[in-house]
Design a protein around this ligand. Structure first.
Ligand code: HEM
Length: 143
């Protein structure tokens, strides 16, 4: 298949649909979507089109909080770093299979950065340190 630029909502839909085809069948993270969250796909997919269209084509189409459903999900099943790694691997593979160009690169960059933040936040919740009140500057250091 000829690789294409990401130029409009149709291209975004191809990206998102192809990505979730992989996700649903994935042996490590598929069950989270299929069995734990039991995602309502006809409802979820247009939200994801909005999200990626906004990020890549700057359409102002997404104004929701992307973190919230993940915090809720994390209470049902702790979201492990390896789940996030797989998520990103599948996303990057999908972009690489279908797309080329500046927006394709941007999609990967944005996905990496949001994935990094999300994984870090979930990890902080799932593995809180022994003392959350360590001062940023330790006055004892210089004494
Ligand atoms: C292991 C990693 C992840 C899992 C298991 C996961 C799973 C889910 C699930 C189950 C939903 C809710 C679907 C529903 O409404 O029924 C969701 C929503 C969403 N996810 Fe993820 N996700 C992951 C990582 C990410 C990452 C890295 C991003 C962004 C780069 C992302 C972006 C979103 C967005 C934008 C929504 C829609 C939020 C809204 O309702 O507005 N997810 N995700």
């Amino acid at each position: 298949m000829e690789k294409q630029e990401i130029a409009n909502r149709n291209d975004i839909a191809l990206l998102v649909d192809s990505f979730y085809e992989k996700v649903k069948e994935d042996e490590l993270i598929g069950f989270i979507f299929n069995d734990v969250a039991k995602v309502d796909w006809p409802q979820h997919l247009p939200i994801m089109y909005d999200f990626w269209e906004n990020l890549l084509l700057d359409t102002g189409s997404y104004g929701r909080n992307a973190m919230d459903p993940h915090f809720r999900l994390n209470k049902l099943i702790p979201l492990q770093p390896e789940y996030f790694d797989r998520w990103l691997q599948l996303f990057e593979a999908t972009v690489g299979e279908h797309f080329t160009g500046e927006k394709a690169t941007l999609a990967v960059t944005r996905a990496r950065s949001i994935k990094g933040i999300m994984a870090l936040k979930m990890n902080q919740i799932n593995h809180p340190g022994p003392d959350k009140n360590i001062p940023l500057v330790n006055p004892g250091n210089d004494q």
